[in-house]
Design a protein around this ligand. Sequence first.
Ligand code: PSV
Ligand code: MN
Length: 427
Amino acid sequence: MLNPETISASNQAAGDGHLRDLDALAARLQRQGLDWERSAALLQAFEVAVPSWALGTGGTRFGRFPGGGEPRDIYEKLDDIAVIHALTRATPRVSLHIPWDEPDDPGALRAHAAGLDLGFDAVNSNTFQDQPGQALSYKFGSFCHTDPAVRAQAVAHHLHVIDVGRSLGSESITVWLADGSSYPGQLHLRHSFERTLDCLRQVYAALPPTWRLYTEHKPYEPAFYATVVADWGTSLLLARGLGERAACLVDLGHHLPNTNIELVVARLIGAGRLGGFHFNDARYGDDDLNAGSVKPYQLFLIMNELVDALLAGVPGFTPSYMIDQSHNLTDPIEALLVTVDNLQCAYAKALLVDRAALAEHQQANDVIMAERTLREAFDTDVRPLVAAVRARQGGALDPVAAFRRSGYRAAVTQARAGREYVPPQSL
Ligand code: PSV
Ligand code: MN
């Protein structure tokens, strides 16, 4: 665990400069007539779940370069997530991958998490790989498979994931399917979708009453010709075919180049089916880089849709925010700290959009002023506000600085020596 005194020492070191920056920002927002305290309160409510698979160094199919002190089991992963939560006060939940991080004793894991002030978000199933001892292979798909026995095995896996999630206190399951075909003719395009929907219906029927089911679309990889759940339209068809507690999960890396993701988000909100996010960023495809690192304006525009829906009170708008990243070159804890900060900054900027002015400019077809209203918020340096909101809750003004000051990585590098981190097979 992180020594809380490290955070206060780090905050003290940054204190003077921070207060001057904060005063300047507060004065500017006041001049603009923006409600600073309201934005701060909404920003404070912003939480994002950390994926259990992001704490060890990731890799590509070409190799992996491990770092020191990688967590060797799910307990140690939770310890690392607790550090991220202590520093940011924004990551109180963990999204677990089954079977990568399947607990031997879910009750014990839940207690360990509670002791760290953590809970569990969506559980993630995995029918995109074969596991040791598995009776039937997913080589040619899971829910879309032509063999009913494979489909039954995949459904049984999902019921098991729900069971594990239930004992951990999760309330949702995310289903990402690698199902699809790599060559024309390999799969019957309509029938493979129908088989997938049929399996999902069986999973949906087994959902506990308070649970939600999210389907996550992805255009290609590993299926290169036709993925069954390739896009948000298919994901929406599935959600509508299942029932009210099914919704669509948007992974920011799962779009073809130039896709207008904020428009996808707006459509799903409009349809009442935006389930949640896997935040990350990408230059080429499913790069799994830190959210906001490559396309910060896109992230802001997505947050703008979310804040717009929140403030408008769109019925049924309760998206789950999660991260899905792979940290190949950086310390995973530091990368996640940077990510959370980037998400908070983008969200804070979206909260500062003058929505009344924007609506007026849109109504008047004043393109210049409408765009300028968005840019005004995007160009505001909100870092002092974000830091202040974190520090108010006992977090760090500068989480990466506080983490480095804590010596945590060096300590776990010693403590975790001897037994190696076993990475999940890379995707
Ligand atoms: C698939 O690329 C994905 O985005 C899904 O969310 C998986 O669960 C995750 O990555 C695993 O790395
Ligand atoms: Mn994902």
